[in-house]
Design a protein around this ligand. Structure first.
Ligand code: GLN
Length: 373
């Protein structure tokens, strides 16, 4: 079935539909990861976005029951060069096409994703619409123009959990899959704020020795502190961090009381709680091959990233210093508090998908909690 992708600036791409049919809208971004489309699909931080993969063939390894990063699919559309219906992997249980259909997500294939990516890189990420039902080009562009901008949107509250829960699953192992870890062996009590948390962050925390209680985005700081955790974790999540004013206020109350570690949206929220500002980047960083320098050791790590906003370092003044730097665009990749045991990173040390170079950051958080007990 024919499908069209129309961008707000008038550019149109024609392709064929796979997955669900209908119409979907969102901010179009590109992801440069060569593997891990299932983790990309289940990353809640993509809510409100349509993702184009720069890798040319997608679907080859099908879908399995294990590489899942959240309770569902949150992105609104999936754009690929060549969809592969014929999949092969020992863990695969269904095709990508069936998975998208089951979850009501629109896919479009046969798109010149190189041209689309270059367009987004040169003109900036922008809103777009994919349709199989309205093939009128002018009407689609008009609809794409009417989509509200990602800047200013609180999308995190909508994807967070409803009530606190306990997490005890550890990291995947080839022989045993995901282990259930006995909480008595976990030494550090961590309260993890869920703004759209990826499961592998929770697994990495457990693997590092943390007994994790996940709490909703709106969880009051007083209640988190009353649980007397060794540390507080702030998760990744979709949308703009700036409108989450109430969350920033709660984070502010915990600064100086407990060690804090933040990832991605959690990092941006920490920056705002420390008095800094965030800004929207032209097209952001989405992929699993992005170089970053750890300023403490000057070691370079290849990282997994997925963000469209960034912390403005100058706006932080003396509140924090640069902890990590993105070596492609020199944006702030991490901050660390000058005196308190508080740090955060823009990239994803849990990978999923991506390299494990940054796994050490979970160990750094545990060391911080150990020193502050
Ligand atoms: N992965 C994330 O946490 C993304 C953070 C934020 N939504 C951004 O786009 O910058």
């Amino acid at each position: 079935m024919k499908a069209l992708l129309a961008l707000a600036d008038g550019r149109i791409f024609e392709g064929k539909s796979f997955g669900a049919g209908g119409e979907a809208r969102g901010e179009v971004v590109f992801n440069t990861a060569m593997t891990g489309y299932q983790e990309v699909l289940t990353d809640p931080s993509y809510k409100g976005q349509m993702v184009t993969m720069t890798y040319t063939q997608i679907g080859n390894t099908g879908i399995n029951a294990e590489d899942i990063e959240s309770r569902g699919l949150f992105l609104s559309g999936f754009i690929v060069r060549e969809y592969q219906e014929c999949y092969s992997n020992w863990r695969a249980c269904m095709s990508l096409d069936s998975y998208l259909k089951e979850n009501g997500v629109i896919g479009i294939q046969g798109i010149d994703t190189r041209a689309l990516t270059r367009h987004l890189r040169d003109k900036g990420a922008q809103n777009g619409i994919i349709s199989t039902i309205d093939l009128d080009r002018e009407s689609l562009v008009a609809k794409a123009r009417a989509i509200p901008s990602m800047a200013g949107l609180d999308l995190a509250t909508g994807v967070s959990c409803d009530k606190p829960y306990h997490w005890t699953e550890g990291l995947w192992d080839l022989k045993d899959g995901y282990p259930q870890v006995d909480p008595v062996t976990l030494k550090y009590k961590v309260v993890a704020y869920d703004f759209g948390i990826k499961y592998n962050i929770l697994r990495c925390l457990v693997d590092a020795g943390c007994d994790v209680t996940v709490v909703p985005a709106s969880f009051p700081a007083e209640e988190a502190l009353a649980m007397n955790p060794d540390g507080v974790f702030l998760s990744n999540g979709p949308g703009d961090p700036e409108p989450l004013v109430a969350v920033q206020e709660e984070i502010r109350k915990m600064i100086g009381r407990k060690p804090i570690f933040g990832i991605c949206l959690g990092h941006q929220l920490l920056g705002l709680a420390l008095g800094g500002k965030t800004m929207k980047l032209p097209f952001g960083n989405h992929g699993s091959n992005l170089p970053v320098m750890d300023m403490a050791t000057r070691k370079v790590e290849i990282t997994s990233q997925n963000h469209g906003f960034a912390v403005d370092l100058d706006s932080l003044g003396d509140a924090a210093c640069l902890g990590h730097e993105n070596l492609n665009d020199q944006t702030v990749e991490g901050i660390s508090h000058c005196t308190l045991p508080i740090f955060s990173v823009q990239h994803h040390p849990e990978a999923s998908p991506g390299p494990h170079d940054s796994h050490y950051l979970f160990g750094r958080f545990v060391e911080m909690m150990e020193r502050n007990r």
